[in-house]
Ligand binder design. Structure first.
Ligand SMILES: *Cc1c(COP(=O)(O)O)cnc(C)c1O
Length: 400
């Protein structure tokens, strides 16, 4: 039997600390490795497999599209691109769409749009205020936007024009605003940075401040968008509307895609200002259209509210049972469990042994982002594996 992991170590750049697991096949919430072993997938491709693995609606859309037209340049019109853009506009507060290939490209596009706006309407203002513990992507500019030293330090000097301030602190944004500021860019709930939920009123206060100062509010909904938090978009839970919003991860259920959406007033790109070779590709757009349509027609966001509460209740029960658990938090199907000590890797490994894949977010925290179509039965199964994993970690069980 080929040892794929050994070959990877030889040929691939060693940039990811991987779980020792070679995946071959997926269906719904389950995946299978090269030895035929089955796992419940609570990593979900890092919140990408919104309709699970190999959903029939996505298979059909992609299959039909690859038989018809795989790629043309953006010199020409293509139908799936227009259909996806129309659907996104009809079901969000934004008016126009630009399609690209990944999250970081969407964030980058949003910042370029804000800089164009700054040149045209804010006397050349170009600075973007972002939050510490944020995550906006991996290009050099988005590393500067991402307020985490571990992503920034290997690549200094960083591109200029970004100010990182404390998350969930409106005064920090006010203090950082200068005549050079053109936008504030935030995740409505920080995913990669720790599943950090802002206090009620924070985003509304930021929205007010941006209105008052004439700044653009960019919401990075790459992880939170498209039903993940139990509403189509996270901004809906805060009674606000962004000027610009980015999407990616779950939009096409696993086919690479990204999107920048903007209100008409903020949509200031002129011909030639921005572009992409692959962005808006017919296959990606067909997958995105099928995914978003399925989410809309089956009220997947409503299902996520229900299944998300079910998962949260189960995690709360584990917190009652295990003194090693210090916190459980999240919205919808983006949740985290935090421990009093650095046992996340050990718990993650025990879950893996039990047949459950999870994301070790930090030394003391694990993140869950299963497919949005997960059932309560599958959640119960995962909670059972997690409970056995917690029990197996020495010294973590309460005296009863
Ligand atoms: C994942 C993520 C990105 C980056 O997306 P890529 O597709 O990895 O480039 C940006 N912002 C947020 C909030 C994300 O979760």
């Amino acid at each position: 039997m080929t040892n794929w992991q050994e070959l990877e170590a030889k040929y691939y750049m060693q940039v990811v600390r991987r779980t020792p697991l070679t995946l071959i096949r997926g269906r719904g919430v389950r995946v299978w490795d090269d030895k035929g072993r089955e796992y419940l997938d609570f990593v979900g491709g890092w919140a990408v497999n919104s309709l699970g693995h190999c959903h029939p609606a996505v298979i059909q859309a992609v299959t039909e599209q690859v038989k018809t037209l795989i790629h043309t340049s953006n010199q020409f019109y293509t139908i799936p691109q227009v259909q996806l853009a129309e659907l996104l506009v009809q079901h969000s507060c934004l008016d126009r769409v630009f399609l690209c290939n990944s999250g970081t490209e969407a964030s980058e596009g949003a910042v370029k749009l804000a800089r164009r706006y700054g040149k045209l309407h804010l006397s050349g203002a170009y600075e973007v205020i972002t939050a510490t513990n944020s995550f906006h992507g991996r290009t050099l500019a988005m590393v500067a936007a991402t307020g985490q030293a571990k992503f920034q330090e290997p690549y200094t000097p960083l591109p200029v024009g970004f100010v990182n301030v404390a998350f969930n602190d409106i005064e920090a944004i006010k203090a950082a605003t200068t005549p050079q500021t053109c936008a504030v860019m935030l995740e409505p709930l920080q995913g990669e940075g720790g599943v950090n939920i802002p206090s009620q009123g924070y985003l509304a206060a930021v929205r007010d401040w941006c209105h008052q100062k004439g700044l653009l509010l960019i919401l990075d909904e790459i992880q939170t968008g498209l039903g993940r938090l139990g509403t189509l978009f996270a901004y809906q839970q805060h009674g606000i509307e962004p000027d610009i919003m980015t999407l990616a991860k779950g939009l096409a259920s696993g086919i690479p895609i990204g999107a920048v959406l903007a209100k008409e007033a903020a949509s200031v790109f002129a011909a030639g200002d921005h572009g992409s070779t692959f962005g808006g590709n017919p296959v990606a757009c067909a997958a995105g259209y099928a995914t978003f349509k399925y989410i809309l027609e089956n009220d997947v966001a409503g299902q996520v509210r229900m299944t998300g509460e079910h998962l949260m209740r189960g995690l709360q029960e584990l917190k009652q049972k295990f003194p090693s658990v210090s916190d459980v938090r999240g919205r919808g199907l983006l949740t985290a469990i935090e421990f009093k000590s650095d046992i996340a890797a050990a718990v993650g490994a025990a879950c893996f042994d039990g047949g459950l894949l999870v994301n070790v977010l930090k030394a003391n925290a694990i993140r869950f982002m299963p497919p949005l179509i997960i059932s309560t039965g599958e959640i119960d199964e995962a909670l059972g594996i997690l409970e056995r994993a917690l029990t197996s970690i020495p010294g973590q069980v309460a005296d009863e």
